[in-house]
Design a protein around this ligand. Structure first.
Ligand code: GLY
Length: 438
């Protein structure tokens, strides 16, 4: 079987790693990712947003199935185009991808279909009406552009926005400048709790959930600094998290199942990966947002543990007969190494040296992200450079291996040493305990 993976980052490297042994792999990516290059039979360097070009390469290679890594081509309708050409896809249609690309659609779906885990919210295209909502709402709010902003558009009162006046100013900025592509904004109640991710494969009707993971979006240790694409993540041996109990996990999956049913009724079947970002609050799980793709870094917590063939699962997604997969019962820790200055001014075009042999000998894996290979050298871009991932019997064991592996990468890079450490895990557990007893 010929499989095309669209996308260029560590998430896509992990997807390629998961399918390459069972399929003939083709890649369409925007940078020369050294990991994907090694695995693919053929690759093409071009913008993933040039949909006709992706389609033409897919047709020329004669691919049977395409897996779409990032969200932006989904928003543009890459799946619709490839399907019209007769190529099956793991990824939702443009209409179904609105679950990520249109936050107003997603919140309305929860109300119309009485899906659990919803939040109080309002959608506005008028600055004054949004201001009145902010004035009348008695608690802090989160201000979100409706559309995609690469993870940089969400601002929280009490964190990025000092008060209601700041929130109003940001609303005006979003509406005036059409941030996220629309002159409208979603205002949502600010949730208090611990965030976690559940990723699932979906075949239009069935939802096959994977182990939960927790990402670390802040740039610096101790959850300080600006929000990034994610500095690292961990998962636990039982598929839950140290602060996430089994009931809350199952309640979250039920929310995802109800969402998939609702999407089917509204716009047609959802096929692909559904990423649920949840907040475990005092009252139970609340849905923060959906992504229509694997998480980055969270893909690296689940794909390396798959015992079932990922290619077979992809085929089941397409055929609508998705079955349960099995995962190695292991904990994982993923740490991203990023250029100094990231996320505001990451140092680009600097050479990094990655001793893959030593990293593998230490028991860890490398997933290359936004780097570019030219001749023998690997150059940074201004974004995340590479992820190191280790598995172990405990999170502590995986963390130790992962941290050890960071010694085998040289370059003008930094990483968060605290991801997966006992101290940070205990902080999460304590936070949850305090919340539940308050
Ligand atoms: N981990 C955040 C994301 O994938 O969007």
């Amino acid at each position: 079987m010929k499989i095309l993976v669209v996308g260029t980052g560590a998430r896509e490297h992990a997807i390629c790693q998961a399918v390459h042994e069972d399929a003939e792999l083709y890649s369409y990516m925007s940078n020369q990712n050294p990991g994907i290059t090694k695995l693919a039979k053929e690759y093409y360097i071009g913008s993933e947003m040039e949909l006709e070009s992706v389609r033409d390469k897919a047709t020329a290679w004669g691919v049977d199935l395409a897996i779409i890594g990032p969200e932006s081509p989904l928003e543009e309708g890459i799946v619709d185009l490839l399907q019209e050409t007769g190529i099956d896809c793991v990824g939702p249609t443009q209409a179904a991808a609105r679950i990520e690309t249109d936050k107003a659609f997603m919140r309305k779906l929860f109300v119309d279909h009485r899906i659990g885990g919803s939040v109080a919210y309002g959608v506005f295209d008028n600055v004054e009406e949004a201001g009145n909502f902010i004035d009348d709402f008695e608690k802090d709010l989160v201000v979100k552009p409706i559309g995609l902003t690469g993870g940089k558009g969400v601002k929280i009162m009490g964190e990025h926005l000092e008060d209601g006046a700041d929130a109003k100013q940001y609303v005006r900025e979003i509406i005036d400048n059409k941030i996220g592509g629309h002159a409208s904004v979603v205002l949502e109640e600010r949730l208090v709790g611990e965030e976690y991710t559940i990723q699932a494969l979906v075949d239009g009707s069935h939802v096959m959930p994977m182990p939960a993971a927790q990402d670390h979006p802040h740039a610096y240790e101790g959850d300080q600094g600006p929000i990034t694409g994610g500095m690292g993540s961990y998962s636990d041996i039982d598929g839950l998290l140290p602060f996430l109990d089994e009931k809350s996990y199952h309640d979250s999956v039920k929310i995802m199942e109800d969402t998939v049913k609702a999407v089917k009724k509204e716009v047609g079947p959802y096929k692909g990966v559904l990423y649920g970002q949840f907040m475990l609050c005092r009252e139970g799980p609340r849905l923060v947002e959906y992504n229509a793709r694997f998480g980055d870094p969270e893909a690296m917590n689940v794909l390396p543990l798959l015992k079932t063939s990922f290619m077979e699962l992809c085929q089941q997604v397409v055929d609508g007969n998705l079955k349960k997969a099995t995962f190695e019962p292991k904990a994982t820790v993923c740490k991203y190494l990023v250029p100094n200055g990231y996320p505001d001014s990451g140092k680009a075009n600097s050479v990094i040296k990655v001793d893959e042999e030593k990293i593998n000998a230490a028991g860890a894996m490398v997933y290359y992200a936004a780097v570019n290979q030219e001749n023998e050298h690997i150059y940074t871009s201004s974004s995340r450079a590479l992820a190191l991932v280790a598995a172990g019997e405990t999170i502590a064991e995986a963390e130790e291996i992962c941290e050890q592996a960071t010694n085998y990468v040289d370059g003008d890079l930094y990483h968060r040493r605290d991801v997966g450490t006992e101290a940070l895990i205990q902080k999460r557990i304590k936070h949850m305990q305090e919340l539940l007893s308050s």
